[in-house]
Design a protein around this ligand. Structure first.
Ligand code: IPD
Ligand code: CA
Ligand code: CA
Length: 260
């Protein structure tokens, strides 16, 4: 499947770049307050979805823009989980931190994942049991053991404007406990940067399965750990996620659980 995944993200990446590099402003509409979508998201999704279904008509697609919501997976069905453009706000402001993310799930397990930033041409890929790679080179999580030496990354859900309290309570605590905290605007790339050892940890709430399917496998295959806020496995549908190098995981969970 790797060749097909690479082909899909590169094809979709070309479409995104046409809009990103154009002199014209990108027209944005809003699915809900502050939750943007563009013609580029939709076109990228269409290309990926159509190509997969043509090749594998029995497979199921879970995608952000044109698929019905799903909260449970069935065994014996192969799912393709697609975020056709992760980092839409960055994209519309011409900040080159955005990507395409595709995960494949079989028997309730993520078995392959790919994340591609067409602006930098960085391509992250993992297959269950076979390690994680950035541009074909093996990547590993960092070795830092303490939160106070850690660089962390997070994101803010679109409802932050309405309900900022909980989000900023955690942000404040981590910002004053870790070495520093960053907010880049693409959850899938945040996860990949944990996998390659730039960040020691990542946390966020209200992410969807397409934001985290590929990236969570990439973190695990790079030697890291991924759970929900409660240390459990329910991060695909549970709307909370902590991903780390494994060594600072318990320290992160302790802080989160003392504040939520
Ligand atoms: C968003 C990004 C962002 C995160 C948001 C996501 P989108 O995805 O991953 O980093 O903070 O919560 O919804 O809307 O750009 O695909
Ligand atoms: Ca997303
Ligand atoms: Ca998206």
């Amino acid at each position: 499947m790797k060749n097909l995944l690479v082909q899909l993200v590169k094809k979709a990446g070309q479409v995104l770049l046409q809009y990103f590099n154009s002199q014209k402003e990108i027209t944005v509409s809003f699915k809900s307050k502050n939750n943007p979508v563009t013609i580029a998201d939709k076109k990228s999704e269409e290309i990926i979805k159509n190509t997969i279904l043509k090749k594998f008509p029995a497979d199921k697609i879970i995608c952000e823009e044109t698929c019905p919501t799903i909260d449970k997976l069935q065994n014996n069905i192969r799912y393709w989980v697609i975020d056709p453009l992760d980092g839409t706000v960055n994209f519309t402001h011409k900040l080159p931190i955005f990507c395409i993310s595709i995960g494949i799930i079989e028997n309730n397990e993520i078995i392959e994942g790919i994340v591609y930033n067409p602006a930098t041409e960085d391509l992250y890929y993992a297959k269950k049991g076979c390690g994680a790679f950035k541009n074909n080179k093996k990547i590993l999580v960092s070795k830092i053991k303490n939160l106070y030496n850690s660089l962390l990354v997070t994101g803010f859900p679109y409802y932050t404007h309405k309900n900022p309290k909980r989000v900023f309570k955690l942000f404040n605590k981590f910002a004053t406990t870790a070495q520093a905290v960053r907010r880049l605007g693409s959850a899938a790339l945040d996860l990949c940067m944990v996998a390659e050892g730039i960040f020691e940890g990542f946390w966020e709430e209200n992410l969807q399965i397409w934001d985290v399917a590929a990236g969570s496998l990439i973190v695990k295959e790079a030697g890291g750990k991924v759970t929900d806020y409660y240390g459990k496995e329910n991060y695909l549908f549970g709307k909370t996620i902590v991903a780390s190098n494994g060594k600072v995981h318990t320290q992160m969970l302790k802080i989160i659980n003392s504040l939520i």
